[in-house]
Design a protein around this ligand. Structure first.
Ligand code: COA
Length: 278
């Protein structure tokens, strides 16, 4: 994995029983540049997305941004950021021939492609490519001091990491167009109101509330969770009737899986299910 621009920590899903399942806490670590996504970060995200597919014990992946360190003498402290966008310094002087391959094989798609549930834990700026990282995750939880936006228009640009597509599907075309066309920021409460984030919590509670959510998800059957995620994703790609067929196929197939038998039998015997987590 490339240097330390991406830090990965494994936390037990259930510290009491410790069945081996872990939550992966993945920190984008360039706080002096507000965790802006340069090619090193993108490369590390792509490599991590491949690696996590091979790690059967990882039940949920949480993406976050590193908190700023103390300010050097006489300098103002850096603000908190989830990710303040793609690294603008890497845009300068590039033409379409250089940009196209970089954006055709990118970190947002890598995150989107992770088969396990993903959560963006946001504390601070989630702008441009940072907002798109959040939107590439399945769920989003933000501190009350966070702000969101797609300010690319102010650079004579537009979103290029799924912001014209995934964002519109998440919050609706009209709201997404307002964000993209104005480039203006909205605060966490507004982001919560329009469904851009699932939860807004006090900054001091953010980690614990995120882990509570991740533990809840991580305690379920990993095998069923993958099927549920893939099936719900089909809703983004298909017509309603095709999607319902995808659901019927996936739902029926679960009845041949060990974990469905375990879950149903455990309910009927009033026991707690012990999943195979295969
Ligand atoms: N790409 C590259 N560097 C970035 C960056 C980005 N997207 N966002 C912030 N940084 C860097 C700044 O250049 C600065 O670096 P320096 O200290 O070495 O000069 C550092 O991060 C801190 O940012 P700064 O602008 O000084 O903080 P601020 O509190 O004054 O403003 C923001 C914070 C988020 C409002 C401002 O940094 C900003 O507008 N960032 C760009 C957001 C954007 O347009 N994103 C979309 C990119 S496609």
């Amino acid at each position: 994995m490339a240097e330390d621009v991406l830090l990965v920590e494994h936390l037990p899903v259930d510290p009491e029983t410790d069945d081996g399942g872990v939550i992966a806490l993945v920190t984008i670590n360039r706080p002096n540049k507000l965790n802006a996504l340069n090619q090193d970060v993108m490369g590390a995200i792509k490599a991590y997305a491949k690696e996590v597919e091979t790690q059967g014990n990882v039940r949920c992946v949480v993406f976050t941004g590193a908190a700023p360190g103390p300010a050097p003498e006489g300098r103002r402290p850096k603000p908190n950021a989830f990710v303040a966008g793609a690294d603008i310094a890497e845009f300068a002087g590039k033409g379409s021939e250089e940009i196209y391959p970089i954006f055709a094989d990118n970190g947002w798609e890598a995150i989107w492609g992770i088969s396990k549930p993903t959560i963006a834990m946001i504390d601070g700026f989630a702008l441009g490519g940072g907002c798109e990282v959040a939107v590439a995750c399945d769920l989003r939880i933000a501190s009350d001091r966070s702000s969101f936006g797609t300010p690319e228009i102010n650079l004579g640009l537009m979103p290029g990491g799924g912001g014209t597509q995934r964002l519109a599907r998440l919050i609706g075309l009209g709201r997404a167009m307002e964000l993209v066309f104005t480039g203006e920021m909205i605060d966490a409460n507004e982001a919560g109101r329009i469904g851009l984030v699932n939860h807004v919590v006090p900054a001091e509670d953010l980690l614990e509330r995120t882990l509570t959510l991740a533990r809840s998800i991580g305690s379920k059957s990993a095998a069923t969770m993958k099927v549920a995620k893939a099936t719900m994703r089909a809703a983004m790609e298909t017509s309603l009737s095709e999607g319902l067929t995808v659901e019927l196929d996936a739902f029926s197939a679960l009845f041949d899986s060990a974990d469905t038998a375990i879950g149903v039998n455990a309910f009927l015997s009033r026991e707690t299910p012990t999943w195979t987590h295969e």
